[in-house]
Design a protein. Structure first.
Length: 423
């Protein structure tokens, strides 16, 4: 496939508005693209206008590698803040801008084109590559949940996610100082030293593990009353404040940490109480998002929160309720990495960055959490052409990084199947 066509595919995907919806249009586009090159793909409808997509090449036998990407994007926010329309791909030198350029329409295109080019080369001769395109990764991971529950990842030996893993060279110190990622100290020292003389624009990483996450709501139920007679009511805000202080103490005293991922991250995001002036509030609630680690599983954290609420509800006028909206498990690899070395080997010539795809652990979440539920042994890695401009106005991807990532994945898969060929 010619370079112009590879770039056009990303531009076409950006032109499709799939902000938290309408992923069927992406699925239809890719279904036709796969068909042109003789690759059979199937849409898996989940909701009206929202479809996942599965495609496969190879002989159906092991080894089996999955390539996963999500079709949705976040909302563009205030579109007047964008330099141009978020749904119009704009090329400026080596930069391609547009909503989803980084997260992760360039990544999806990379995976699709890799499969097409391998298919044209008659590869893999022995083994299987399966594309898993999902809906709603940004909000609920429901697409990955459905594909996982239907068994599409159960037999995979390796599963790659082309989420953005690039960081601008001048942002590397701030990136690691922010707590967004953890890296071996010696590797970080080597990276920063090499970055001083590099001509590369970005450094890409392999995310070898990431935290899970959980969102929950704690609701305090009080009793409404006229504000001139507050003693006749029970102020739900007072109850929520009492709980909040106890909740903060619970998280501050957690002892569990992860050598790879660090500590649990507690982020109370929304507080709401009352509906109008002149009335004692009968309802108040907080909404929290927590980034979790294997050493303190989501289920155990829920147990501790439930126990805290049970204790507080023994006090007079306290009526607290916990609702867990979503719970996604942490993702780590329990055995030595087998595919990552192929990526790192070929990164030396295809990416030419300060270091060859160093492995790090991150706090963000991906669809890998859902697939990990059903497949505890697959090597799950996150590596893709995007960068930290994801979820920002004027989001962009480096065109050279995108094109180089295609070559990287083709070379790595070719070598992997050659080495792991089973007669």
């Amino acid at each position: 496939m010619k370079t112009a066509e590879k770039i056009r595919i990303v531009a076409d995907l950006i032109a499709i508005d799939s902000a938290n919806n309408h992923e069927e249009q992406i699925a239809d586009y890719l279904l036709k693209l796969f068909a042109i090159y003789g690759i059979k793909a199937s849409k898996i409808t989940q909701f009206p206008g929202r479809c996942n997509l599965v495609a496969e090449i190879g002989d159906g036998q092991a080894p089996k590698i999955g390539l996963s990407g999500h079709f949705d994007t976040v909302s563009p926010g205030d579109e007047t803040q964008w330099t141009t329309s978020p749904y119009s791909a704009v090329i400026d030198a080596d930069t391609l801008r547009g909503l989803g350029a980084s997260d992760m329409k360039a990544g999806v295109a990379q995976l699709v084109i890799t499969m097409i080019e391998l298919k044209q080369a008659g590869l893999p001769r022995h083994g299987t590559i399966r594309f898993l395109g999902t809906i709603s990764e940004e909000l609920t991971e429901e697409g990955a949940r459905l594909l996982a529950d239907q068994g599409y990842a159960d037999d995979l030996d390796v599963l790659l996610f082309a989420e953005p893993t690039g960081v601008a060279i001048d942002q590397l110190p701030a990136y690691f100082d922010s707590g967004a990622a953890r890296i071996d100290h010696n590797t970080l020292d080597a990276l920063l030293a090499a970055a001083e003389t590099t001509q590369a624009r970005e450094q890409h990483f392999i995310f070898q593990s990431h935290k899970g996450w959980m969102t929950y709501t704690v609701t305090a139920h009080g009793k409404a009353a006229h504000s001139s007679m507050p003693g006749l009511g029970i102020n739900a805000v007072d109850c929520l404040i009492t709980y909040y202080q106890a909740e903060k103490a619970l998280y501050a005293n957690l002892m569990e940490t992860s050598a790879e991922l660090g500590a649990t991250i507690y982020a109370p995001d929304i507080f709401h109480g009352g509906t109008q002036v002149n009335s004692i509030p009968a309802i108040a609630y907080e909404q929290v998002k927590v980034r979790t680690i294997p050493e303190l599983p989501n289920s155990e954290l829920i147990n501790r929160l439930s126990h805290l609420i049970d204790e507080l509800n023994q006090q007079p006028d306290m009526n607290l309720e916990l609702t867990v909206e979503q719970s996604e498990v942490p993702v780590a690899n329990s055995t030595p990495l087998t595919f990552a070395p192929f990526l790192q080997h070929h990164a030396h010539t295809t990416l030419a960055e300060p270091l060859d795809l160093p492995t790090i652990s991150v706090s963000l979440g991906t669809d890998a959490s859902e697939f990990r539920r059903r497949n505890s042994t697959a090597e799950m890695l996150v590596v893709g052409p995007g960068n930290t401009s994801a979820h920002q106005v004027d989001e962009f991807v480096s065109i050279s990084a995108y094109l180089n990532m295609i070559e990287l994945l083709i070379a790595s898969l070719t070598d992997y199947f050659s080495v792991n060929q089973k007669d």
